[in-house]
Design a protein around this ligand. Structure first.
Ligand code: AHM
Ligand code: MG
Length: 337
């Protein structure tokens, strides 16, 4: 009987032959997959186990926390904090970097995560996801501080997301292309279902929250107006639009059938003193790594996201990612003013 390639086996195989590999990275990804399986189970059961609804609290970014935001954050810390694979953790749901459990062994990796992205969708039974970014702790640092996490996206060792949709899927890059694994819930393993995922350079589908259009900058308005006008305007094709309001679902659609996704800078956010809605360290960077590894591109509209030198764990950035030619066009519109 053919079982297929499990996520753990896939990682073991890709680490084989790498000089100095100790098994710590394999162990770390295994911890992440355990956390995601637990979250998948909670999301599946939903109202049956009383995890839906608001927790009545706010996170550091002033957003109302869902019960599941808090529970999934605890799941991640529990799964990653005790096994000696992570040196430090940082989460969307925590103001400061996470204090590691007292007495727990420390590894060499830093993990930044959004345990439940798109959580406004959870109560209406629409897809949500977990996003994670893995960095190396600076040489000789066993008790990392915030500044040790502030590395540009180009330093990521691996990045991934887990999508809790009709199927639960883990999508991963370790810098050698993008692989997709589907959770077989009967025997509890993620199995490799797509290797070397590639995004077509061109697309006829865009994703943006149109309700913000009056707040956009001119280059974004120009691009979207051209998409809407289609063949009757400057383009030689008509466009379709999608907006799930779950970045994980949005990126997964782009990896599966192409497209371009934007959460650009807008005047509403500028007035609040932030550069965008999405967070650089645990949303934009990991998704950019995945998108670039699949042959796509990812910019703020002005610069490559993974080149940004971060200034804070919860820093926000504008995001334009997906089909290479469309991202280049949007970036050109920004550079033209
Ligand atoms: P969250 O981390 O608080 O869930 O916010 C991030 C989400 C993304 O998944 C999604 O792309 C975006 O927010 C949707 O924003 P909006 O509700 O403004 O359309
Ligand atoms: Mg998020």
């Amino acid at each position: 009987m053919h079982i297929g390639t499990t996520l753990t086996n896939y990682i073991i195989e890709t680490q084989r032959g790498i000089q100095g590999a100790t098994g710590e990275f394999t162990g770390l990804l295994n911890d992440i997959s355990v956390a995601c399986k637990k979250i998948s189970d909670l999301v599946d059961k939903g109202d049956l186990v009383g995890v839906l609804g608001s927790a009545g609290s706010e996170n550091v970014q002033g957003e109302t926390q869902k019960k599941l935001d808090i529970i999934t954050n605890e799941v991640f810390i529990e799964a990653l904090g005790h096994n000696g694979h992570a040196a430090g953790l940082a989460s969307e749901e925590m103001d400061e970097i996470c204090e590691m459990p007292a007495g727990a062994p420390r590894g060499h990796y830093l993990v930044l995560f959004d345990p439940l992205d798109g959580s406004s969708n959870i109560d209406v039974n629409v897809s949500v996801g977990t996003i994670f970014s893995i960095l190396k702790a600076p040489e000789g640092v066993s008790d990392p501080k915030t500044e040790d996490f502030l590395q540009p996206g180009t330093k990521q060792i691996a990045a991934g997301y887990c999508l809790y949709g009709p199927s639960t899927m883990m999508v991963l890059t370790t810098g050698k292309g993008v692989q997709m694994f589907t959770l077989d819930k009967d025997f509890g393993e993620f199995l490799l279902t797509k290797d070397s995922v590639q995004i077509p350079e061109d697309t006829e589908e865009f994703a943006i929250n149109m309700s913000n259009s009056r707040f956009w900058e001119a280059p974004v308005k120009r691009y979207i107006d051209e998409c809407l006008a289609g063949k009757e305007g400057a383009r030689d094709k008509d466009f379709n639009m999608r907006w799930v309001a779950s970045m994980v679902a949005e990126v997964h659609r782009i990896l599966s059938r192409g497209g371009v996704f934007m959460y650009p800078m807008d005047s509403k956010m500028q007035a609040k003193g932030t550069a965008g809605k999405l967070r650089l360290m645990y949303e934009a960077n990991p998704m950019s790594f995945i998108i670039e590894q699949a042959g796509g591109a990812s910019t703020t509209g002005r610069e490559r996201i993974m080149d940004i030198s971060p200034t804070g764990i919860h820093q926000r950035v504008p995001v334009v990612l997906g089909a290479k030619n469309e991202v280049e066009r949007i970036t050109r519109y920004h550079n033209e003013g």
